[in-house]
Write a protein that binds this ligand. Structure first.
Ligand SMILES: [Zn+2]
Ligand SMILES: [Zn+2]
Length: 242
């Protein structure tokens, strides 16, 4: 299949190698999203209105904080805090003024709007949302390519498998998106690739552990040296910075 503009990120994810092509795609989207946040986007009113409502998850607060644009992060956080400080007092007043007070009121149930309001902020992240919108489209594209494109089938066969989260997602999504021969071939390809590569990684980590035994101190490292870092990606989807 001729490469189309929308197939490029999927091909790049596979071509980058490593323990999971979808993690490669995810991390590339994540980097773009962080760059976007710390570009001029935080100065735009409609984006600021959104980030005021959603906030960010701990991981993405951290990533933004580590970048060079402290003023950009400060402006977003300032505006987000202003929004919380505008909304929260009224919800707290309402909670204080109702229910569970005194002898006769203790069985009446107060309606807590404080926790739902805060839980919504805790559970949402503008960067995560931005990544997921694009990431879902990559899954669409991947399955579209699987149906049309022998290249991608070869790339899956020659890959090192997937992290366990993306492997699980691929199996779930395949049930919905593929049928007949396409589904059967997908399952028959992806399962041996995944199982063989999990075994391969177990062997590499086994060798890593053995290297702490003085009997093995002269044995060559082989591919075991960075196996721990790769195993963490396989198991968690995260890239470890060394
Ligand atoms: Zn992954
Ligand atoms: Zn996030």
């Amino acid at each position: 299949m001729k490469e189309q503009i929308y197939t490029i990120p999927v091909n790049e994810g596979f071509d980058a190698g490593g323990e999971c092509p979808f993690c490669n795609m995810y991390h590339s989207l994540e980097k773009d999203a962080i760059d976007y946040m710390l570009g001029a986007s935080y100065m735009e009113d409609d984006i600021r209105a959104e980030t005021d409502k959603t906030g960010f998850c701990a991981k993405h607060f951290n990533m933004m904080y580590k970048e060079q644009n402290r003023l950009g992060v400060a402006l977003m956080i300032h505006s987000h805090l202003q929004k919380i400080n505008r909304d929260l007092p009224a919800l707290c007043d309402k909670l204080k003024s109702q229910g569970k007070r005194g002898l006769f009121g203790k069985n009446s149930k107060s309606e807590n709007e404080v926790s739902p309001y805060l839980n919504k902020i805790i559970g949402s992240c503008y960067v995560c949302d931005r990544i997921h919108n694009n990431f879902d489209r990559y899954f669409d594209t991947f399955f579209f390519m699987w149906k049309k494109d022998n290249d991608i089938r070869n790339k899956v066969k020659n890959s090192k498998g997937f992290c366990i989260e993306h492997f699980s997602m691929l199996i779930e999504q395949a049930e919905k998106r593929l049928s007949g021969k396409d589904y059967d071939e997908f399952i028959d390809t992806i399962i041996p690739v995944q199982l063989e590569n999990l075994k391969r990684l177990e062997g590499e980590v086994d060798h890593f552990v053995n290297k702490f035994d003085h009997n093995y101190k002269d044995a060559p490292w082989g591919t075991a040296k960075d196996s721990l870092v790769r195993a963490i990606t396989k198991l968690s989807g995260e890239f470890v910075e060394e």
